[in-house]
Write a protein that binds this ligand. Structure first.
Ligand code: GLN
Length: 462
């Protein structure tokens, strides 16, 4: 490391990088002054000889669903336009304590609903490798920020793949830890039994370090696990031989790009040649995962988003309303975008009397079946390997008018959110269309150390 490089220099160079990639629309707001100020105090800290934080001078960006006190946060929605966070998310507190510099908030799909970053009130986000393509979603801006060196680490949320899918489309690492590993306090909720903070990074080492800083128990989030946080960054091993499973139905799925399927199968042979075991297991429920996910998450979203009513905070429609109902209706019709409205309606429908058992209860039952399957697989295998997305990054506009086609982009990612296991994707391959794609590793509950060790092994096995 060059000891002459200061935090101020670093911030300036990242600000420049953000400026020159403005056309990608990855940031809703850049916290230029704050970041520079923080850099000045961090530089002073270093000169004073104080013990430095684990993330001293690391440039971090956050998805616009994470609260940073005194800064705006909008979930990329008109309904929260000009809303200022009144407290720090727990993960933000932890980042700051370890000397990270938060450089700005990243654009994303409104309320984290989407797979392409085309649903933001602040406009679409473009993929830095090919600007005619989407970066994936919903944390598209966070992915592009790391892809184009506008931040070193970025934090997103992963409810059904929103970190892993854009990471795959952008050619970087995307990590979704076990449900409950990182506190959700200060994360704007989408579907609370699925939501988990996720990490974008250039390498498994970087992601591991960030995880160890932000994971852990939290009095403000009862779903955050009490389990001790290992020192991931120092505990990763890379010389073990693993027993991997893959779902036959996943690799043979008609929706999976043929070239991608071939590359992944070939890579399984490489792993075998390197002493690992890779075996196919049956997974009849694969096609059930997307409907199950969309029934449960829309139900949870319809309840979570009920609070945005124009009364206490956020956008309120103007006009003379003759009832409170009329004000709510107008506010929510103007404040929420199309996809968010669609999901609120879908969620209210599956929860409504007469349909509840047919949809919501049924989906809960499938969720239980999926957990049982997972348990069985993990009795015999260390991890499950899978593609991350069935295709590489698609063209802007290609799927925006076809919700079902868009939802299918989540085919391989929703499973781990349904059952709560950790998953990480690493970029390994390049498609003949020029776009990157990789491999997803799904590990056992709270065994991030093992899963990240496997990821490191895969990172270096070619
Ligand atoms: N694409 C999925 C959805 O739209 C995942 C979103 C997410 O993980 N936040 O629900």
């Amino acid at each position: 490391m060059n000891n002459n490089i200061t935090c101020v220099d670093t911030v300036k160079s990242y600000l420049q990088q953000i400026e020159s990639n403005k056309h990608l629309n990855a940031f809703i707001e850049v916290f230029e002054q704050d970041a520079l100020q923080l850099a000045v105090s961090l530089d002073a800290e270093r000169l004073s000889g104080k013990k430095l934080g684990k993330l001293h001078g690391v440039i971090v960006s956050i998805k616009d669903v994470i609260c940073y006190k005194g800064h705006q946060v909008s979930a990329a929605s008109k309904i929260l336009e000009n809303y200022t966070a009144v407290y720090n998310a727990t993960l933000v507190e932890k980042l700051l304590q370890e000397g990270a510099i938060i450089i700005g908030r990243n654009n994303c799909d409104e309320f984290a609903m989407g797979s392409s970053s085309e649903n933001s009130f602040y406009g679409i986000i473009k993929n830095g490798i090919d600007v005619t393509r989407v970066p994936g979603g919903s944390s598209g801006g966070s992915a592009v920020a790391v892809q184009m060196n506008m931040s070193m680490i970025s934090l997103g949320s992963d409810t059904g793949g929103s970190v892993r899918q854009p990471a795959d489309f952008c050619g970087i690492v995307g990590l979704k830890p076990t449900y409950g590993r990182i506190s959700r306090y200060g994360l704007i909720a989408y579907a609370s039994s699925f939501d988990q903070i996720g990490i974008f990074a250039q390498s498994i080492d970087d992601a591991s370090l960030a995880l160890e800083v932000i994971a852990g128990a939290d009095d403000f989030d009862s779903t955050a696990s009490q389990q001790e946080v290992p020192s991931y960054s120092t505990q990763l091993s890379s010389d073990k031989k693993y027993k991997f499973a893959y779902f036959k139905q996943a690799i043979e799925h008609a929706g999976l790009d043929k070239e991608m399927a071939a590359a992944i199968k070939k890579y399984f042979e490489v792993l075998t040649q390197n002493g690992h075991t890779v075996e196919a297991v049956e997974f009849d429920l694969l096609d059930e995962t997307i409907p199950t996910y969309y029934v449960l998450t829309t139900a949870e979203a319809s309840s979570n988003l009920a609070r945005f009513d124009g009364v206490k905070y956020g956008y309120r429609a103007t006009g003379n309303f003759d009832s409170l109902q009329a004000m709510y209706k107008q506010t929510r019709s103007e404040g929420f975008g199309k996809e968010v409205q669609r999901r609120i309606m879908l969620g209210a429908y599956v929860l409504s009397e007469g349909y509840f058992d047919a949809y919501f209860t049924k989906a809960q039952q499938v969720r239980q079946l999926l957990s049982n399957t997972t348990k069985k697989v993990f009795e015999q295998y260390d991890a499950i390997l899978s593609p991350t997305v069935p295709t590489t990054a698609f063209k802007i506009g290609e799927k925006s008018n076809d919700s079902v086609a868009m939802y299918l982009a989540d085919l391989y990612t929703v499973f781990s959110n349904l059952v709560g296991i950790p998953a990480v994707c690493i970029s390994k391959f390049k498609h003949s269309n020029g776009m990157p794609f990789g491999l997803q590793i799904m590990g056992k509950h709270y065994q991030e150390t093992e899963m990240l060790s496997m990821a490191k092994t895969i990172e270096s096995t070619n």
